[in-house]
Design a protein around this ligand. Structure first.
Ligand SMILES: Nc1ncnc2c1ncn2[C@@H]1O[C@H](COP(=O)(O)OP(=O)(O)OP(=O)(O)O)[C@@H](O)[C@H]1O
Ligand SMILES: [Mg+2]
Length: 410
């Protein structure tokens, strides 16, 4: 009979069956008696995603007397509980948790505690305890529920890290500006040459702050819209050519040659947001120029109509490769590829997974005069994600890097 929460035949109540709970075996699912129109209580609790347990105790002074008289499936799996009735401390020993359990058992209070576990991945758990009516034999009972709060905690940390990083990035140029203002007010007041030089540095620092704020705003705008599919029609080849035109002076200044291979006009078409695709091309080409040695070459390819497999085929022998973002595929999708290859510094394998994190920069890399904000690739990744595309990187330290962005073809 189907389970109905609107009109339960009889309410499921912990109080109704304390004797069942106190004696419930771990394989209770099979053995519990079932009323005809009510699902088995243990089966119901077993299907809860959070670990749920009932602890019994008689002696407040004897900590080893706390026993796990019931544990649902999630609890048995998480704490590797073999049999009912075992001591609580053999499943969980965190003193704060034991204290919270005692508060409910002997103080009649709701308790709460948190603990962390290590292993392959740190996890963060919150435990809540509630007093229950005593068992038929007089034993005290408490309910204990554990919730995995790792994700919430990670998001919280990311937000805090993000704020700390953003403030730090802004504080550095600001401190430099403040320093120069002091100098200009002080001993450089009457030195026209020094004044000119300092004002130049100040303008550069102010420019850096403005860039950083622009990038931060851009990132938050992109994140806000990330779940809204873009609507316009974009010719990736045309947009890329516009970016190349805009960056040509920078390439000339750095002595870097651009080799361009474009799909025919009107062929590399995608559904997208033109300004955002422009930002993708701009960031990838800007990076390639920035990390190229003078006299180097940067190759820019726009290829229309390829499969995901072809988009991801290796292009550099012996390179470390990583997919920073991959779209969900159902099969048969065709993509437009935007690929940017440089022969510059390259990136060591261990840095690849972190490249699209905000503010992440590989330390000690030569990037010409301009220090970046480390937001470019984070922006690229969010934009491509919004367009349901993918991003992959291949790099050989000392030999260069290839970024491949691929976007679903119109
Ligand atoms: N083509 C490349 N060659 C070598 N390293 C690169 C290349 N592209 C990116 N990187 C590394 O990845 C880091 C992050 O790149 P990203 O574009 O996010 O930031 P940025 O270029 O430092 O700053 P911004 O793009 O905000 O000006 C760079 O600092 C650099 O260490
Ligand atoms: Mg960049």
């Amino acid at each position: 009979m189907p389970l109905s929460f609107a009109e339960p035949a009889r309410p499921v109540s912990l109080r109704r069956r304390p004797e069942t709970l106190a004696t419930m075996p771990t394989d209770a699912v099979e053995t519990i008696e079932t009323d005809h129109d009510q699902p088995a209580f243990a089966a119901l609790v077993d299907s809860l995603p959070d670990p749920v347990m009932v602890v019994s105790a008689r002696d407040a002074e004897d900590a080893s007397d706390r026993r796990l008289v019931f544990a649902n499936l999630a609890a048995r799996e998480l704490l590797r509980i073999q049999a009912a009735g075992g001591p609580l401390v053999s499943a969980i020993r965190h003193p704060e948790v034991l204290e919270a359990v005692d508060e409910s058992l002997f103080g009649g209070l709701n308790g709460e505690a948190a603990y962390e576990t290590g292993g392959a991945q740190d996890r963060f758990w919150r435990v809540r305890t509630r007093p229950l009516a005593p068992a038929a034999d007089g034993a005290r009972l408490a309910l204990m529920v554990i919730r995995d709060e790792t994700d919430a905690r990670r998001n919280e940390r990311m937000r805090a890290d993000f704020l700390a990083n953003a403030s730090h990035e802004l504080r550095t140029p600001l401190a430099s500006l403040t320093g120069f203002i002091e100098t200009l007010r002080g001993h450089a007041r009457d030195d026209a040459a020094a004044r000119e030089r300092f004002l130049g540095v100040m303008a550069a620092q102010a420019g850096r702050m403005a860039r950083l704020i622009d990038d931060l705003m851009s990132l938050s705008r992109i994140e806000l819209n990330e779940h809204i599919a873009p609507e316009g029609k974009v010719d990736v080849a045309l947009v890329t050519l516009d970016v190349i035109d805009a960056l040509a002076p920078l390439a000339a200044e750095r002595g870097v040659k651009l080799e361009i291979r474009m799909a025919e006009r009107g062929r590399a078409m995608i559904t997208g947001d033109r300004d955002q695709i422009l930002q993708v091309a701009q960031n990838l080409i800007d990076n390639a120029l920035k990390f190229s040695a003078p006299g180097g070459t940067v190759e820019i390819d726009v290829v229309d109509d390829v499969t995901a497999e072809a988009a991801l085929a290796p292009t550099r022998a012996g390179a470390a490769r990583l997919s920073l973002l991959s779209p969900d595929l159902v099969g048969g999708e065709r993509f437009v590829v935007l690929r940017c290859t440089d022969h510059g510094a390259g990136i060591a394998r261990e840095h690849l997974p972190r490249l699209s994190e905000r503010f992440y920069r590989v330390e000690g890399q030569k990037s010409g005069e301009r220090l970046g904000t480390g937001l470019g690739l984070a922006i690229v990744k969010h934009i491509i994600n919004r367009h349901r595309g993918g991003l992959a990187i291949e790099s050989v330290a000392g030999q260069g890097t290839t970024f491949t962005a691929y976007l679903p073809r119109l």
